[in-house]
Design a protein around this ligand. Structure first.
Ligand code: NDP
Length: 284
């Protein structure tokens, strides 16, 4: 049976550290102020936005959610982002994704001030990430690295296979794993034979959104298996990995829930605090 990478426990430890940092900032009159724009009524997005608001408030961060109707135009969202960019009290801005189809997410990302880009999705911060000069880090990818670091897992020389190439998970994680000297392959829906790649991987990351896509026969003995997927099946949350079977072969594995999810939220709060510290320092 593989050992559990306990995201919930690690997130709690990180949260205590972060709480002290926020307390210090608040005492210096530098309270982080973070804004989330959510467009439409996607049920999963509503849950994620509420979770972020709750975590932020618990840490003492000022959080504002802008809940916009699904029919909001792109120009209206851009006008709101520009207003938040220009407000010197606001230290972080993000748009909850997915956005409705009539909105071009690339336009929104290009509008967010990179200095307030808590999600690391602006072109400037994506570029900085890939050249190893991080201004901010994408929460899920950074949370995964935090988890592996906590368990002293050295990635040097490992073959890493990431299933999923989204801008929010797969691609930035590839950048961070490369930095840790893993050899990285990114798979996607057009990859011809997933198992051919995953079977040779020392570390497999599943970030697809397809329940139990990764089965035991696709994973080698002793692999490290990270399950990013969140799927609601019969009112239960399950991952992209067939946990019961794959855990018998893996050396390390993340559960769903309680694995990557809690660290994503914690890591996002870390980015909020990081940007707030820099923002306030810049203001003197
Ligand atoms: P996207 O839908 O943006 O990307 C999914 C990726 O999976 C795409 O690259 C797609 O390929 C690929 N894919 C789809 N089907 C297959 C397949 N059969 N075989 C191989 N690859 C496939 O999703 P996200 O990256 O935003 O999220 C992925 C999952 O992670 C979701 O379940 C989401 O809920 C979850 N998530 C969890 C987080 C957490 O904190 N735990 C945080 C963020 C996301 P292609 O590019 O070719 O379409």
């Amino acid at each position: 049976m593989g050992k559990i990478l306990d995201g919930k426990k690690v997130a709690q430890i990180k949260s205590e550290e972060l709480k002290h940092t926020v307390e210090k900032l608040v005492s210096e009159g530098k309270t982080p102020h973070f804004c989330v724009i959510n467009i439409g009524a996607d049920p999963a997005s509503k849950v994620y936005v509420a979770t972020k608001a709750r975590r932020a408030k618990k840490l003492g961060i000022i959080e504002e959610t802008y809940q916009l109707p699904a029919e909001t135009t792109e120009a209206e969202v851009i006008a709101l982002i520009e207003k938040l960019n220009a407000d010197p009290e606001i230290t972080g801005v993000m748009v909850q994704l997915p956005a409705p189809d009539h909105i071009d997410v690339d336009h929104l990302m290009a509008t967010i001030d990179p200095e307030k880009d808590v999600d690391c999705l602006t072109p400037a911060n994506t570029g900085r990430l890939w050249i190893g000069n991080h201004f901010v880090e994408p929460a899920t990818a950074s949370g995964i690295i935090t988890l592996l670091d906590y368990y002293d897992i050295d990635l040097t020389g490992l073959n890493a296979v990431i299933v999923g190439r989204s801008n929010i998970v797969g691609k930035p994680l590839a950048a961070l794993l490369l930095e840790r000297n893993a050899s990285v392959s990114i798979l996607h829906s057009r990859t011809k034979n997933l198992a051919e790649h995953t079977k040779n991987a020392d570390i497999v990351v599943a970030a697809v959104g397809h329940p139990k896509l990764i089965t035991a026969d696709m994973v080698k003995e002793g692999a490290i298996v990270i399950d990013v997927g969140i799927n609601r099946v019969d009112k239960h949350l399950i991952g992209d990995v067939d946990f019961d079977e794959v855990s018998k072969k893996a050396a390390w594995i993340t559960p769903v829930p309680g694995g990557v999810g809690p660290l994503t939220v914690e890591s996002l709060m870390e980015q909020v605090v990081k940007l707030a510290m820099r923002h306030k320092n810049d203001r003197g």
